[in-house]
Design a protein. Structure first.
Ligand SMILES: [Zn+2]
Length: 321
Protein backbone atom coordinates (compact mmCIF):
# COMPACT_ATOMS: atom_id res chain seq x y z
CA UNK A 1 0.00 0.00 0.00
CA UNK A 2 1.53 3.32 -1.11
CA UNK A 3 1.70 6.59 0.76
CA UNK A 4 -0.95 7.96 -1.58
CA UNK A 5 -3.40 5.35 -0.44
CA UNK A 6 -2.68 6.05 3.22
CA UNK A 7 -3.40 9.69 2.73
CA UNK A 8 -6.77 8.92 1.16
CA UNK A 9 -7.56 6.48 3.95
CA UNK A 10 -6.80 9.07 6.59
CA UNK A 11 -8.84 11.66 4.78
CA UNK A 12 -11.76 9.23 4.62
CA UNK A 13 -11.69 8.42 8.34
CA UNK A 14 -11.46 12.10 9.25
CA UNK A 15 -14.52 12.81 7.17
CA UNK A 16 -16.41 9.90 8.75
CA UNK A 17 -15.51 11.22 12.21
CA UNK A 18 -16.63 14.72 11.28
CA UNK A 19 -19.89 14.13 9.44
CA UNK A 20 -22.13 17.16 9.52
CA UNK A 21 -24.70 15.77 11.94
CA UNK A 22 -27.21 17.55 14.05
CA UNK A 23 -25.93 15.81 17.17
CA UNK A 24 -26.05 18.76 19.52
CA UNK A 25 -26.69 17.99 23.19
CA UNK A 26 -26.90 14.26 22.75
CA UNK A 27 -29.54 14.37 20.05
CA UNK A 28 -29.43 11.33 17.80
CA UNK A 29 -28.81 11.77 14.07
CA UNK A 30 -28.61 8.25 12.68
CA UNK A 31 -29.69 8.85 9.07
CA UNK A 32 -26.38 9.58 7.38
CA UNK A 33 -24.64 6.88 9.42
CA UNK A 34 -27.29 4.36 8.28
CA UNK A 35 -26.83 5.40 4.65
CA UNK A 36 -23.05 5.09 4.99
CA UNK A 37 -23.42 1.61 6.46
CA UNK A 38 -25.64 0.74 3.53
CA UNK A 39 -22.92 2.02 1.19
CA UNK A 40 -20.30 -0.09 3.02
CA UNK A 41 -22.47 -3.16 2.49
CA UNK A 42 -22.78 -2.29 -1.19
CA UNK A 43 -19.00 -2.12 -1.53
CA UNK A 44 -18.58 -5.42 0.30
CA UNK A 45 -21.23 -7.23 -1.70
CA UNK A 46 -21.15 -5.52 -5.10
CA UNK A 47 -17.69 -3.88 -5.22
CA UNK A 48 -19.19 -0.47 -5.82
CA UNK A 49 -20.56 2.36 -3.72
CA UNK A 50 -22.99 3.31 -6.47
CA UNK A 51 -26.66 3.49 -5.49
CA UNK A 52 -29.49 4.24 -7.90
CA UNK A 53 -32.35 6.07 -6.18
CA UNK A 54 -35.15 3.61 -6.96
CA UNK A 55 -38.38 2.81 -5.13
CA UNK A 56 -36.77 -0.39 -3.91
CA UNK A 57 -33.85 1.52 -2.39
CA UNK A 58 -36.21 4.07 -0.84
CA UNK A 59 -38.29 1.33 0.78
CA UNK A 60 -35.26 -0.48 2.08
CA UNK A 61 -33.82 2.67 3.67
CA UNK A 62 -37.19 3.60 5.09
CA UNK A 63 -37.47 0.23 6.78
CA UNK A 64 -33.99 0.67 8.30
CA UNK A 65 -34.81 4.18 9.46
CA UNK A 66 -38.09 3.04 11.00
CA UNK A 67 -36.31 0.36 12.99
CA UNK A 68 -32.99 1.97 13.88
CA UNK A 69 -33.55 5.68 13.24
CA UNK A 70 -34.86 8.40 15.46
CA UNK A 71 -38.60 8.78 15.32
CA UNK A 72 -39.50 12.29 14.22
CA UNK A 73 -41.80 14.14 11.92
CA UNK A 74 -39.12 16.24 10.23
CA UNK A 75 -37.72 16.00 6.71
CA UNK A 76 -34.46 14.75 8.14
CA UNK A 77 -36.12 11.44 8.98
CA UNK A 78 -36.55 10.56 5.32
CA UNK A 79 -34.14 8.49 3.23
CA UNK A 80 -33.92 11.11 0.46
CA UNK A 81 -32.66 13.68 2.95
CA UNK A 82 -29.47 11.81 3.85
CA UNK A 83 -28.92 10.76 0.22
CA UNK A 84 -28.97 14.39 -0.81
CA UNK A 85 -27.22 15.91 2.23
CA UNK A 86 -24.24 13.57 2.15
CA UNK A 87 -22.97 15.68 -0.77
CA UNK A 88 -22.10 18.39 1.76
CA UNK A 89 -19.63 16.09 3.52
CA UNK A 90 -17.46 16.03 0.39
CA UNK A 91 -17.35 12.26 0.16
CA UNK A 92 -20.31 11.66 -2.15
CA UNK A 93 -21.94 13.10 -5.21
CA UNK A 94 -25.11 12.44 -7.15
CA UNK A 95 -25.20 12.18 -10.91
CA UNK A 96 -28.50 13.06 -12.56
CA UNK A 97 -29.75 13.45 -16.12
CA UNK A 98 -29.26 17.19 -15.61
CA UNK A 99 -25.74 17.02 -14.20
CA UNK A 100 -23.97 16.59 -10.88
CA UNK A 101 -26.05 17.03 -7.73
CA UNK A 102 -23.42 19.23 -6.15
CA UNK A 103 -23.92 21.65 -9.05
CA UNK A 104 -27.66 21.54 -9.71
CA UNK A 105 -29.21 21.14 -6.26
CA UNK A 106 -29.87 24.16 -4.12
CA UNK A 107 -28.49 23.69 -0.62
CA UNK A 108 -31.84 22.79 0.92
CA UNK A 109 -33.31 20.94 -1.99
CA UNK A 110 -33.71 17.22 -1.49
CA UNK A 111 -37.10 16.20 -2.73
CA UNK A 112 -37.84 12.60 -3.28
CA UNK A 113 -39.75 13.14 -6.51
CA UNK A 114 -36.83 15.00 -7.93
CA UNK A 115 -34.30 12.31 -7.05
CA UNK A 116 -36.37 9.69 -8.83
CA UNK A 117 -37.34 11.83 -11.81
CA UNK A 118 -33.73 12.88 -12.36
CA UNK A 119 -32.64 9.23 -12.19
CA UNK A 120 -30.24 10.13 -9.43
CA UNK A 121 -27.25 7.85 -8.92
CA UNK A 122 -25.14 8.43 -5.84
CA UNK A 123 -21.53 7.36 -5.55
CA UNK A 124 -18.61 7.98 -3.21
CA UNK A 125 -15.83 10.15 -4.57
CA UNK A 126 -13.42 8.08 -6.59
CA UNK A 127 -10.42 8.43 -4.28
CA UNK A 128 -12.45 7.31 -1.27
CA UNK A 129 -14.13 4.46 -3.12
CA UNK A 130 -10.76 3.22 -4.35
CA UNK A 131 -9.27 3.39 -0.88
CA UNK A 132 -12.16 1.33 0.51
CA UNK A 133 -12.06 -1.23 -2.31
CA UNK A 134 -8.30 -1.64 -1.89
CA UNK A 135 -8.43 -2.20 1.85
CA UNK A 136 -11.25 -4.25 3.42
CA UNK A 137 -9.87 -3.35 6.87
CA UNK A 138 -10.75 0.28 6.18
CA UNK A 139 -14.36 -0.77 5.64
CA UNK A 140 -14.27 -2.64 8.96
CA UNK A 141 -12.92 0.42 10.77
CA UNK A 142 -15.60 2.56 9.17
CA UNK A 143 -18.36 0.15 10.21
CA UNK A 144 -17.10 -0.02 13.80
CA UNK A 145 -16.81 3.75 14.13
CA UNK A 146 -20.26 4.42 12.70
CA UNK A 147 -21.87 1.82 14.96
CA UNK A 148 -20.14 2.86 18.17
CA UNK A 149 -20.85 6.56 17.61
CA UNK A 150 -24.52 6.14 16.86
CA UNK A 151 -26.11 3.14 18.54
CA UNK A 152 -26.03 1.27 21.80
CA UNK A 153 -23.93 -1.93 21.68
CA UNK A 154 -26.98 -4.19 21.92
CA UNK A 155 -28.17 -3.07 18.48
CA UNK A 156 -24.90 -3.44 16.53
CA UNK A 157 -25.33 -7.06 15.44
CA UNK A 158 -28.94 -6.51 14.43
CA UNK A 159 -28.04 -3.49 12.31
CA UNK A 160 -25.23 -5.38 10.55
CA UNK A 161 -27.56 -8.24 9.79
CA UNK A 162 -30.35 -5.99 8.56
CA UNK A 163 -27.99 -4.17 6.18
CA UNK A 164 -26.07 -7.26 5.10
CA UNK A 165 -22.71 -6.06 6.41
CA UNK A 166 -19.86 -8.50 6.70
CA UNK A 167 -18.12 -7.88 10.02
CA UNK A 168 -14.74 -9.37 10.95
CA UNK A 169 -13.04 -9.49 14.29
CA UNK A 170 -10.34 -6.79 14.46
CA UNK A 171 -7.16 -8.16 12.88
CA UNK A 172 -4.00 -8.57 14.96
CA UNK A 173 -2.57 -5.55 13.17
CA UNK A 174 -5.44 -3.39 14.33
CA UNK A 175 -5.12 -4.63 17.88
CA UNK A 176 -2.36 -2.23 18.66
CA UNK A 177 -1.54 -1.57 22.26
CA UNK A 178 -3.76 1.44 22.64
CA UNK A 179 -6.74 -0.36 21.17
CA UNK A 180 -6.30 -3.33 23.51
CA UNK A 181 -5.97 -1.05 26.54
CA UNK A 182 -9.19 0.65 25.51
CA UNK A 183 -10.97 -2.66 25.27
CA UNK A 184 -9.66 -3.85 28.63
CA UNK A 185 -10.74 -0.68 30.43
CA UNK A 186 -14.10 -0.78 28.68
CA UNK A 187 -14.70 -4.38 29.80
CA UNK A 188 -13.73 -3.55 33.36
CA UNK A 189 -16.02 -0.54 33.40
CA UNK A 190 -18.87 -2.57 31.90
CA UNK A 191 -18.60 -5.39 34.40
CA UNK A 192 -18.67 -3.03 37.39
CA UNK A 193 -21.68 -1.18 36.05
CA UNK A 194 -23.40 -4.49 35.39
CA UNK A 195 -22.80 -5.78 38.90
CA UNK A 196 -24.04 -2.59 40.55
CA UNK A 197 -27.18 -2.32 38.45
CA UNK A 198 -28.19 -5.95 38.75
CA UNK A 199 -27.59 -5.87 42.50
CA UNK A 200 -29.71 -2.72 42.86
CA UNK A 201 -32.67 -4.65 41.42
CA UNK A 202 -31.92 -7.84 43.42
CA UNK A 203 -30.98 -9.87 40.37
CA UNK A 204 -34.34 -9.37 38.64
CA UNK A 205 -35.60 -7.77 35.44
CA UNK A 206 -37.09 -4.43 36.50
CA UNK A 207 -39.95 -4.94 34.06
CA UNK A 208 -40.98 -8.61 34.15
CA UNK A 209 -39.22 -9.87 37.27
CA UNK A 210 -37.19 -12.46 35.30
CA UNK A 211 -34.66 -13.95 37.73
CA UNK A 212 -33.35 -16.92 35.74
CA UNK A 213 -30.07 -18.24 37.12
CA UNK A 214 -27.94 -21.36 37.23
CA UNK A 215 -27.72 -23.69 40.17
CA UNK A 216 -24.82 -22.39 42.21
CA UNK A 217 -23.97 -19.95 39.42
CA UNK A 218 -24.75 -16.57 37.99
CA UNK A 219 -27.76 -15.01 36.34
CA UNK A 220 -28.96 -16.12 32.92
CA UNK A 221 -30.07 -13.65 30.21
CA UNK A 222 -30.06 -10.75 32.67
CA UNK A 223 -28.33 -7.54 31.57
CA UNK A 224 -27.59 -4.01 32.73
CA UNK A 225 -29.06 -1.56 30.25
CA UNK A 226 -28.00 2.07 29.85
CA UNK A 227 -31.02 4.38 29.75
CA UNK A 228 -29.03 7.16 28.12
CA UNK A 229 -26.71 5.37 25.69
CA UNK A 230 -22.97 5.26 26.11
CA UNK A 231 -22.63 6.43 22.49
CA UNK A 232 -24.47 9.61 23.51
CA UNK A 233 -22.63 10.44 26.73
CA UNK A 234 -24.67 8.21 29.04
CA UNK A 235 -22.56 7.57 32.16
CA UNK A 236 -21.94 4.25 33.92
CA UNK A 237 -23.91 5.46 36.94
CA UNK A 238 -26.37 3.08 38.57
CA UNK A 239 -29.12 5.71 38.19
CA UNK A 240 -28.56 5.55 34.41
CA UNK A 241 -29.05 1.79 34.46
CA UNK A 242 -31.83 -0.75 34.57
CA UNK A 243 -31.54 -4.44 35.29
CA UNK A 244 -33.41 -6.07 32.41
CA UNK A 245 -33.80 -9.47 30.81
CA UNK A 246 -32.41 -9.74 27.29
CA UNK A 247 -35.81 -9.17 25.67
CA UNK A 248 -36.69 -6.05 27.65
CA UNK A 249 -33.18 -4.63 27.19
CA UNK A 250 -33.53 -4.84 23.45
CA UNK A 251 -37.06 -3.44 23.48
CA UNK A 252 -35.80 -0.51 25.57
CA UNK A 253 -33.04 0.19 23.03
CA UNK A 254 -35.49 -0.07 20.13
CA UNK A 255 -37.83 2.43 21.77
CA UNK A 256 -40.67 -0.08 22.13
CA UNK A 257 -40.70 0.37 25.90
CA UNK A 258 -39.69 3.46 27.85
CA UNK A 259 -40.25 5.19 31.16
CA UNK A 260 -42.02 8.30 32.31
CA UNK A 261 -40.63 10.49 35.06
CA UNK A 262 -42.89 8.76 37.60
CA UNK A 263 -40.80 5.63 36.87
CA UNK A 264 -43.70 3.91 35.19
CA UNK A 265 -43.26 1.78 32.08
CA UNK A 266 -44.49 3.14 28.75
CA UNK A 267 -45.23 0.97 25.71
CA UNK A 268 -45.19 2.44 22.22
CA UNK A 269 -48.33 2.42 20.10
CA UNK A 270 -46.04 1.58 17.17
CA UNK A 271 -45.47 -1.87 18.60
CA UNK A 272 -47.37 -4.70 16.91
CA UNK A 273 -47.64 -8.37 17.72
CA UNK A 274 -50.60 -10.58 18.58
CA UNK A 275 -49.02 -13.56 20.24
CA UNK A 276 -49.18 -14.12 23.95
CA UNK A 277 -45.62 -12.90 24.53
CA UNK A 278 -46.30 -9.65 22.66
CA UNK A 279 -49.49 -9.14 24.72
CA UNK A 280 -47.36 -9.58 27.82
CA UNK A 281 -45.11 -6.76 26.63
CA UNK A 282 -48.14 -4.53 26.07
CA UNK A 283 -49.42 -5.33 29.53
CA UNK A 284 -46.29 -3.73 31.01
CA UNK A 285 -47.81 -0.33 30.26
CA UNK A 286 -48.18 1.66 33.47
CA UNK A 287 -46.18 -0.76 35.60
CA UNK A 288 -44.23 1.03 38.32
CA UNK A 289 -40.54 0.10 38.55
CA UNK A 290 -39.68 -1.86 41.68
CA UNK A 291 -37.84 0.00 44.43
CA UNK A 292 -34.09 -0.33 44.32
CA UNK A 293 -32.22 -1.39 47.44
CA UNK A 294 -30.87 2.18 47.64
CA UNK A 295 -33.50 4.74 46.51
CA UNK A 296 -30.71 6.84 44.94
CA UNK A 297 -30.18 4.09 42.37
CA UNK A 298 -33.59 4.58 40.74
CA UNK A 299 -33.36 6.04 37.21
CA UNK A 300 -32.68 9.73 37.21
CA UNK A 301 -35.13 12.06 35.45
CA UNK A 302 -32.52 13.52 33.11
CA UNK A 303 -31.64 10.11 31.63
CA UNK A 304 -35.29 9.17 31.30
CA UNK A 305 -35.90 12.44 29.46
CA UNK A 306 -33.07 11.69 27.01
CA UNK A 307 -34.52 8.25 26.30
CA UNK A 308 -38.02 9.70 25.86
CA UNK A 309 -36.92 12.27 23.32
CA UNK A 310 -34.27 10.27 21.43
CA UNK A 311 -35.25 6.61 21.56
CA UNK A 312 -38.82 5.98 22.72
CA UNK A 313 -41.40 5.88 19.94
CA UNK A 314 -44.19 8.25 20.81
CA UNK A 315 -47.06 8.01 21.31
CA UNK A 316 -47.29 5.67 24.26
CA UNK A 317 -50.30 3.53 25.04
CA UNK A 318 -52.28 5.80 27.43
CA UNK A 319 -51.76 5.01 31.10
CA UNK A 320 -54.64 4.34 33.46
CA UNK A 321 -54.52 6.86 36.25
ZN1 LIG B 1 -37.88 -8.77 31.41
Amino acid sequence: MGAHNNKNEQDWLERIDNLALYKKEGRRAPNKPLLLLFIMSNIQNNQTSQIVYTDAFHKKMKRLLTTYGRKGKTESGKPNYAFRRLINDKIWDIETVEGLGSEIFEPRNYWLKELKALKAVGQLNQKHERALLANPALIQTTIRRLLSENWDDTLHDDICEAIGLIVDEPSSKERDEEHVLDLVSKRKRDSEFRKRVIRAYRGECAMCGWDGRFVGGGTAALEAAHIRWHSHDGPDETNNGLSLCTLHHKLLDLGVVGLNTDKRVLVSQDFLGNGEAAQTVRSLSGLRLPDTQDPGDLPSGEYIEWHSSEVFREPAVPLNA
